[in-house]
Ligand binder design. Structure first.
Ligand code: MTE
Length: 301
C-alpha cells in the first residue's frame, strides 16, 4: 500500500472522505449540510454544483487589502494577525455589544453551507463554507425600528495590509445590506471552509456571505456591524457608482457597463471549458425573489 505523506492529505481529501462516510451512514449529505442548492439546468461539461477545490478557493482570491492580483491575497496574508479580534455591533440597536471572536465561536454553532460565489468579474466557485445566519447575531442586539440597513466594515490596518497604503479603494472596505436582506437565513456569517478555520485570504477570522449577490458584497475581516437608518455607501459604490449599485444582486439581464453578465466561467474547469449561463439571483431566486417584489431590478442594480 502506498504510504501517504501527511503533507499530501489536503483539507479537501479529509473533507470528501468525511462526506462519503456520512453518506454511508445513511444520513445523506444533509446531515452535515444546510445546502440550499438550486436545481440547475444548463450544466457544463462537469457538474455545475461540484465543489471547487480547496486549492482554487484559497489561491484565487479578491482581497485588495493584500494586492490586486488573484494570487496576492494567498501570498501576502500569511502573517496577518487575526487574534485577538473583536467585532462591535452598534448603531440603531437597544443593546450595542462588542464580542470577541472566541465569544462568537462559543455562542453560535457553525454548520456547513455549500453556496456558489459568483464574482462580478464573471467567474464562480462552489464553496463549502462553515457559518451561521447573520440574523442570529443581530438578534443579540435588538435592532430598533429605525434600523433599516446594516453597514459592514472591514479592518483598517495599513501596516499589515499593504494594499491600504494605496488609494485603490476608499478604505476601510465597506459594504451594506437592507435589513430584510441581512435578516434572511441565507445571509451567512462565515467562520470557516472545507470544515476548517477560515484561511486569511478568504477573510479570516470572520466575513459575511450573501449567496444571491455578487461576491464583492461579502466583506472580509469584519470588525464593525452598524445598523443604520439611511442606505450606507459601499466602497465599490464610492469607487464607481455607475458600475456598482447598492443591491448588486446576481442578474444575467443587467450587464456591467463594461461586460456582459449573462454567463460565467467555473473556476477549476480550465479556461477553454464552455462558460455556463448565469442564473437570476445566482440560482437562489426561490428563496429570495420575494425580497424584491415590485422593484425594478434594472434601476436598483
Ligand atoms: N472584502 C474585503 N475586505 N476586501 C476585498 O477586496 N473583495 C470582494 C469580497 N470581499 C474584498 C472583500 C470580492 S470582489 C469578492 S469576489 C470576494 O470577496 C472574494 O472572496 P474569496 O476570495 O473568498 O473568493
Amino acid at each position: 500500500m502506498k504510504k501517504i505523506k501527511h503533507s499530501e492529505i489536503t483539507p479537501e481529501n479529509i473533507y470528501k472522505k468525511r462526506r462519503s462516510f456520512v453518506k454511508k451512514l445513511g444520513f445523506g449529505a444533509s446531515a452535515l449540510a444546510v445546502s440550499s442548492f438550486p436545481l440547475i439546468s444548463n450544466a457544463s461539461s462537469k457538474d455545475r454544483n461540484e465543489l471547487t477545490s480547496y486549492k482554487d478557493i484559497t489561491t484565487y482570491n479578491n482581497y485588495y487589502e493584500f494586492g490586486t492580483s488573484k494570487g496576492d491575497p494567498h501570498r501576502n496574508s500569511k502573517m496577518f494577525k487575526t487574534h485577538p479580534w473583536n467585532i462591535s455591533i452598534e448603531g440603531e440597536v437597544d443593546k450595542p455589544i462588542k464580542l470577541s471572536m472566541e465569544e462568537i465561536l462559543d455562542s453560535f454553532l457553525s454548520e456547513e453551507r455549500v453556496y456558489r460565489l459568483r464574482c462580478v468579474e464573471g467567474w464562480s466557485m462552489v464553496i463549502p463554507w462553515m457559518g451561521f445566519s447573520l440574523s442570529k447575531l443581530l438578534s443579540k442586539v435588538n435592532p430598533t425600528s429605525k434600523a433599516k440597513f446594516v453597514a459592514f466594515e472591514s479592518i483598517y490596518d495599513p501596516d499589515q495590509m499593504k494594499g491600504q497604503k494605496y488609494p485603490v479603494l476608499n478604505w476601510p472596505y465597506k459594504e451594506g445590506l437592507r435589513i430584510d436582506e441581512a435578516m434572511h437565513p441565507l445571509t451567512t456569517v462565515v467562520t470557516g471552509l472545507y470544515g476548517k478555520k477560515l484561511p486569511n485570504q478568504n477573510g479570516a477570522p470572520l466575513r459575511i456571505f450573501i449567496p444571491w449577490k455578487y461576491g464583492f458584497k461579502s466583506a472580509k475581516a469584519i470588525v464593525k456591524i452598524k445598523l443604520v437608518e439611511k442606505m450606507p455607501m459601499s466602497s465599490w459604490m464610492w469607487a464607481s457608482p455607475r458600475e456598482y449599485g447598492f443591491y448588486s444582486n446576481v442578474n444575467p439581464n443587467v450587464n456591467h457597463p463594461r461586460w456582459s453578465q449573462a454567463t460565467e466561467r467555473i473556476i477549476g474547469e480550465g479556461i477553454w471549458a464552455p462558460r455556463v449561463k448565469t442564473l437570476m439571483f445566482n440560482g437562489y431566486g426561490d428563496q429570495v425573489a420575494n425580497l424584491y417584489t415590485g422593484m425594478d431590478l434594472k434601476k436598483f442594480f
